[in-house]
Design a protein around this ligand. Structure first.
Ligand code: SER
Length: 879
């Protein structure tokens, strides 16, 4: 039946529950807003806070078709037609509203009445002592007692993880018929073969399991149901498995077409086709949800999926990059309803292409190494691949450990995981040792001070000058009462307008003054926690604990910092707009002279992209938008679309710096009042740092003006020297370069002509040895190319010849030795001759029978070398 396509089933499910008062939420991202889970593994993950009662839901009933990703069973993906990394879960949810009495009959109604599955092929499983569920199945739905099967905790108790919401569940089972059975006499409901398929899981979410494993009742009873769309399709469409449904067929076909294989003709090939068909969806959706390949966390999972696919691709003859060629089918199939695939298309393409290229470089060598290791272990009847080998494969060849394990498993070997972990740890130790600073005794002083004084209140958002008391002094790492002229001292104040270095923004400079006393503030840092230390040099008078002082920030410098800081925010936003939503700040440095912004991005930023970014930033500056700074909850900040750079916690009050209509970011730094204060912005440099990060260095305000002026002056100077118009310098330089090139060519030609004029002279001095004409000559200042050219001409004029030409060039001399084919036939070997000449005259030489060189000869030895040639040749011919 045509209407039962994947898309129609998805829509039918949503409508069914919408008609029953459920709010439809679009799929949440694969990356949950929840640090305790790596990916959205089920439809309920985005709703966890509602189940736990941590947040009030907006509605009590919800329905979703949720993108999910699971990798716990990735080895089985492809091996079977039922396992997936990425899949879609259809689910209806009740947050303390209806419970079993409603969830069960609705589940039944949807499958039998809407989808049309035959009631006499259906079974239900329930948790062993869930009599309530039994009654509903039997009495309300009317399922006969034999069709209700009680199973234990493994099958019918569902939990999101070891800790968190959970509860007993009931599953709807569909009997696909005996032809799907594994044939075991005990095959029945609960068997893991394909006959009795679990289609839908209804979880009666009523407990919260704590870290001790204790089940505590949740404030309210909830419903969480989950039905894999791929599986539902395969049942409805009577497909052999999920890969035979309309959700996968076009992908499977494309993979086969690229590889030139036929699906269904070879078990091993089929597995590879399934691996790739499954993984390509996962990759596309992960990158669309802003995951980039890396060596840890989510990025590592993505990398594993990509690399596993590439390896399986090789097994079916996909030698050339193929991942991006599969993308169009995936996008066609899924763009409705998943628009993110369309929006992210070019990012996905670029990321996959780059990652595929990266791995392709090392895959072959790594495979060779691994195959050799496996063969040598097997020949010694060993069954374990040592951890250090797996580590080399990981570290040098980019083989995810799990991939190495999978390949080993196919050959009956296991990998020493502990050994691998030890190697990894050793490597980390080395890295740490290389970067470790000696711990200083000083730190105790700060801890003690922090205990006494606590955080230093910061007044610098509004003031650049303020009164304060000196609470403590530290000199040379120890507490001090006073400091005098010329001394360096750390000053701790009751409050301060000085910004201490944080969040990439450097500390302020300025002065601390009292009558007759003046200190220069060289830097400001957090000594411990929020305790601010002013690193000062006493210029005049004395400073003592207890004094009242005036703290004065160098305002001009501060302004330059403010301009650079706001410019950093504008740059960040512009980069996201131009490069794509995957771009994230990975670090920053804000100084009065320049700013530096590190961004996660997979490819060099092109000149065009850079220009667009600069234009956006400068347009925003010219719009002179007043900044807004507000304090809000993290939730509100996120709702505003504020970029959060660090892991802030829920409930925390955060400071949001906003350029209304353009960007918002959580930030504690100091900023301009309106974007126009920045004046001007210019990127000066773009470079790669590490595999997936770019660093942009830029200038704002006067430094930007100075940079542009310097470039302008440079250009003007160049134009003056060229006698050209300033804006035609490039053309002018281009024609000069062309001119130089042709002059060089003419010069070479002239040199050759000069040498060629001597050919007759050289030939007249030839010597006949054993039927070979030997020609030797020395020149000054000719390079090897020229000597060869000359040698060729001599050879063409004198058959059966050996030509030895030397060139002296200041302190070095070299020889070119050439023999024609006829000479080689009678026993001349230029390479051997070169060696002998070298041993006679010093230097090193060698080459082939027809052509050799000797270099590094002392110019004074050239005559001797050339004179030695006849004797060497005689010996050579007679032997
Ligand atoms: N959370 C349950 C599952 O994943 C039902 O949605 O099976």
């Amino acid at each position: 039946m045509e209407w039962k396509s994947g898309r129609n089933l998805r829509e039918a499910f949503i409508s069914f529950f919408e008609e029953r008062g459920h709010k439809h939420y679009k799929s949440f991202p694969l990356v949950p807003d929840d640090p305790t889970v790596l990916f959205t593994i089920a439809g309920m993950v985005p709703f966890k806070p509602y189940f736990l009662g941590a947040r009030e839901p907006e509605v009590k009933r919800a329905v979703t078709a949720q993108k999910c990703l699971r990798t716990n069973d990735i080895d089985n993906v492809g091996r079977t037609g039922r396992h997936h990394t990425f899949f879609e879960m259809l689910g209806n949810f009740s947050f303390g509203d209806y419970f079993k009495e409603q969830a069960i009959p609705w589940g039944w109604e949807f499958l039998t009445r809407v989808v049309g599955l035959e009631a006499d092929r259906m079974y239900a499983t329930i948790y062993r002592d869930d009599d309530e569920a039994f009654e509903i199945w039997h009495k309300v739905v009317g399922l006969s007692k034999e069709r209700i099967v009680r199973l234990g905790e493994d099958d019918n108790f569902w939990a999101v993880g070891p800790v968190g919401p959970c509860g007993p569940c009931s599953e709807l089972i569909y009997d696909q018929g005996p032809e799907f059975s594994c044939g075991s006499p005990s095959c029945g409901v609960g068997c893991s073969c394909d006959r009795y398929l679990e289609v839908w899981n209804l979880v009666f979410m009523q407990y919260d399991r704590d870290t001790e494993g204790v089940l505590r009742p949740l404030p309210k009873k909830n419903i969480d149901t989950g039905m894999g769309l791929e599986r539902l399709c395969s049942v409805v469409q009577r497909a052999k498995n999920d890969f035979g449904t309309d959700l996968f067929r076009p992908i499977v076909e494309r993979v086969c077409a690229l590889a030139g294989v036929r699906y269904g003709s070879d078990g091993r090939q089929d597995m590879a086709v399934r691996v790739i068909s499954d993984h390509i969806r996962a990759m596309a959706f992960l990158v669309a949800d802003r995951v980039l390949p890396s060596n840890e966390g989510r990025g590592y999972v993505l990398r594993r999926i990509i690399r596993r696919s590439i390896r399986y691709g090789r097994l079916i003859g996909l030698e050339r990059p193929f991942l991006t060629e599969l993308l169009p089918v995936v996008i066609d199939l899924m763009a409705d309803p998943y628009e993110e695939l369309v929006e992210g298309r070019s990012t996905i393409e670029q990321v996959l292409e780059l990652e595929e290229r990266r791995f392709a470089r090392t895959l072959e060598q790594g495979t060779e190494l691994l195959e050799a290791e496996i063969a040598s272990r097997l020949s010694r009847k060993e069954t374990i691949l040592p951890g250090d080998v797996a580590f080399v494969l990981y570290d040098t060849y980019g083989f995810p450990l799990e991939l190495t394990e999978e390949i080993c498993k196919e050959r009956g070997l296991s990998v020493d995981r502990e050994g691998f972990a030890r190697e990894m740890e050793r490597q980390r130790e080395l890295a740490r040792a290389a970067g470790r600073r000696p711990s200083s005794l000083k730190e105790d002083v700060y801890l003690e001070l922090y205990g006494e004084l606590g955080d230093t209140p910061f007044e610098g958002y509004v003031l650049s000058e303020a009164e304060a008391s000196v609470l403590a002094l530290v000199k040379g790492g120890a507490r001090a009462k006073t400091a005098g002229p010329g001394e360096e001292v750390e000053v701790f104040l009751s409050s301060t307008p000085f910004y201490a270095q944080k969040g990439g923004q450097v500390g302020d400079k300025g002065w601390i003054e009292a009558d007759g006393t003046r200190l220069r503030v060289d830097d400001v840092k957090y000594a411990e926690g929020g305790l601010v230390s002013h690193l000062c040099t006493v210029e005049e008078g004395r400073i003592s604990a207890g004094m009242k002082v005036r703290a004065i920030v160098d305002e001009e410098r501060r302004w330059a910092i403010r301009r650079h800081h706001t410019a950093t925010h504008l740059l960040h936003e512009a980069a996201v707009r131009v490069l794509g939503p995957h771009v994230r700040q990975a670090g920053s440095l804000v100084t009065p002279e320049y700013l530096r912004l590190d961004l996660s991005h997979f490819a060099p930023i092109s000149n065009d992209e850079m220009k667009k970014i600069e234009e956006i930033v400068n347009a925003e500056i010219q719009a002179n938008v007043p900044l807004q700074v507000l304090l809000s909850s993290l939730e509100d900040a996120k709702a505003l679309g504020a970029k959060a750079l660090f892991e802030e916690k829920y409930g925390e009050e955060v400071r949001v710096v906003r350029v209304p209509g353009f960007c918002a970011e959580l930030c504690g730094g100091t900023h301009v009042d309106a974007t126009g204060d920045i004046g001007l912005f210019k990127i000066v440099r773009e470079e790669g740092i590490g595999a997936d990060a770019r660093r942009i260095t830029a200038v704002a305000g006067m430094p930007a003006f100075n940079c542009l002026r310097q470039a302008y002056e440079e250009l003007r100077g160049a134009a003056e020297r060229l006698g050209a118009d300033m804006f035609a310098v490039c053309d002018q330089v281009g024609s000069l370069q062309d001119e130089i090139k042709s002059l060089r060519r003419a010069l070479e030609e002239a040199k050759l002509q000069a040498l060629a004029a001597r050919i007759d002279d050289i030939l007249s001095k030839r010597e006949e040895i054993g039927g070979v004409s030997v020609v030797t000559a020395a020149f000054d200042g000719a390079d090897v190319g020229l000597l060869r050219e000359l040698g060729d001409r001599v050879k063409s004029r004198q058959p059966r010849s050996l030509v030895v030409l030397a060139s002296r060039d200041g302190e070095r001399a070299q020889l070119v030795i050439m023999a024609d084919e006829a000479a080689v036939k009678v026993g001349v070997h230029a390479g051997k001759l070169a060696k002998e000449v070298a041993s006679l005259a010093g230097g090193g030489g060698g080459g082939k029978a027809q052509m050799a060189q000797v270099g590094g000869i002392d110019p004074s030895k050239v005559e001797e070398a050339l004179n030695g040639v006849p004797d060497i040749l005689r010996r050579m011919l007679s032997s």
